[in-house]
Design a protein around this ligand. Structure first.
Ligand SMILES: *Cc1c(COP(=O)(O)O)cnc(C)c1O
Length: 469
């Protein structure tokens, strides 16, 4: 499988190189040159497979030529073996034909584990073969950091540096990062805000001299391998609910457009999906595009669903590329317009094309809490605020009551007690068994000034399993 850039000017890469690449050299994102397509018979024959075996069937075409089948199978068995539920991604019924796909049974209790547990193992496998080491630098306001650290903690060939804004992440989120101890794990609390952390990561990618030749790898959702891993659970859910013989609708709590883009790809690979609902919080750039053809930057609004607090959706460029007939020059032009003026619209027929499949809704904090309370009363299920946004949007935007509606359950409610409390629910959710002693575990973290040279100096001093590069 070869991968090409959405802006058409960067060299095509194989899977191994795309795994180690961040942005393409032309500023674009990598996508498969040709998407694999499965027949209905083929998909139907996968019913009943354990999750890791289904994962192998769905992802195999993407890694062909880079990872032999036997090795890939072993990696997938390890990856999904660490999940705390035997079904890996169980479905829970809320209502007649309405379901939540629970994607929060991984080590850090959010769906990002599906991709980052795999990414860490793939990186280590490829690096061992090449006899190379890499450094990962990432910025987090919460979920991504802990999932990336958990995914890389066992990697022999990776040192990971995760920056979070000092005293500005919740205690559960901080402890999920800082209690993972290892020579190759480095938590940095920056005396600044999330954007400061993000800027330092960007600047480090742009000028990597301080790494003395060691390669820097991206773990945010611009990394193709993360999208790839998320395609699998759309097939998994559909197969449980009578697919592919019948169509399924999905509602997806959305920020950077990674998770829902994976659903769009599942559909293009042959899975009958009749509707994809983009559910956003007040940070609604995607809803404004889907409902009114305006992709325009707004200010950031902090909400009760912080993992969806974004101003721009980085993976949206991947959808735009398809909407424009995979014309890289057109995408480069649009992105340039966006950078200069903060917004754009697309031609009417391209927008209509998007609207055939996607619906959208922006859900505010009040509606989020009301949905948590409502669902708790209806069936005793406690939703996290991100998932609640998905449920609310599903109920508002649903096209057909006879089509099963699956809401992606993106996080465990224990991670977001503030929303549960605001919903008026007294029962505070308990930490699952594997995290029950989280508040007693020792932490390790270094507080650094909000200064690029200081941070880069720290990385150079510790980037080789705690020793200098
Ligand atoms: C990251 C995240 C999202 C948003 O997913 P995208 O792929 O960025 O659209 C939603 N919910 C939770 C809990 C998350 O951590």
């Amino acid at each position: 499988m070869r991968y090409i850039s959405t802006r058409g000017q960067a060299p095509a890469l194989n899977f191994e190189d795309v795994l180690l690449a961040g942005l393409a050299s032309d500023g674009g994102l990598y996508v498969p040159e040709n998407l694999p397509r499965f027949t209905q018979e083929e998909i139907a024959s996968w019913a009943g497979l354990p999750y890791h075996e289904l994962a192998f069937k769905v992802m195999r075409p993407f890694v062909t030529g880079s990872i032999p089948d036997a090795d890939f199978k072993k990696i997938l068995e390890d990856t999904y073996g660490v999940f705390a539920h035997n079904a890996v991604a169980p479905l829970r019924q809320l209502n007649g034909n309405e379901w939540v796909l629970e994607l929060f049974h991984g080590p850090t209790l959010a769906f990002k584990d599906f991709a980052l547990q795999l990414l860490g193992r793939l990186l280590d496998y490829v690096l061992a073969k090449r006899n190379e080491r890499v450094v990962i630098m990432g910025a987090t306001s919460g979920d991504t950091g802990s999932a990336a650290i958990e995914g890389c903690k066992a990697c022999e060939n990776v040192d990971i540096f995760i920056m979070h804004p000092h005293n500005r992440v919740s205690e559960v989120q901080r402890r999920q990062m800082t209690t993972i101890l290892g020579d190759n794990i480095h938590n940095i609390a920056i005396e600044g805000n999330f954007d400061d952390c993000q800027e330092m990561v960007k600047a480090s990618f742009a000028d990597q001299g301080f790494l003395k030749g060691t390669r820097l790898v991206a773990v945010n959702s611009i990394n193709w391998a993360r999208i790839m891993a998320q395609i699998v659970y759309y097939f998994h859910a559909a197969l449980q609910l009578g697919g592919p013989a019948r169509s399924i609708a999905f509602s997806v709590p959305t920020g950077n457009f990674g998770d829902i883009f994976a659903g769009y790809l599942a559909r293009n690979m042959g899975l009958p999906i009749s509707q994809l609902i983009v559910a956003t919080n007040r940070n609604d750039i995607l809803h404004r595009f889907m409902s009114g053809n305006q992709y325009v930057k707004d200010t950031l609004h902090p909400t009760l669903s912080p993992s969806m607090d974004i101003m721009v959706s980085s993976n949206f460029e991947r959808l735009l590329f398809d909407l424009h007939g995979r014309n890289g020059a057109a995408i480069a032009g649009l992105m340039d317009t966006f950078k200069q003026g903060g917004g754009f619209s697309v031609e009417q027929d391209r927008w209509s094309e998007a609207r055939k499949l996607f619906d959208s809704l922006a859900v505010d904090d009040e509606q989020t809490c009301a949905t948590i309370a409502q669902v708790y009363q209806e069936c005793g299920e406690l939703l996290d605020p991100h998932t609640a946004i998905g449920v609310h949007a599903a109920r508002e935007c649903r096209r057909s009551l006879s089509t099963p509606m699956v809401v992606l359950g993106t996080a465990h409610p224990v991670k977001f007690p503030e929303a549960v409390e605001k919903a008026g629910i007294a029962a505070v959710p308990a930490l699952p068994a594997h995290l029950s002693d989280l508040f007693e575990r020792p932490e390790r973290c270094t507080v650094l000034a909000n200064d690029l040279k200081t941070v880069q100096g720290f990385v150079a001093q510790h980037g080789n399993r705690g020793k200098p590069l």
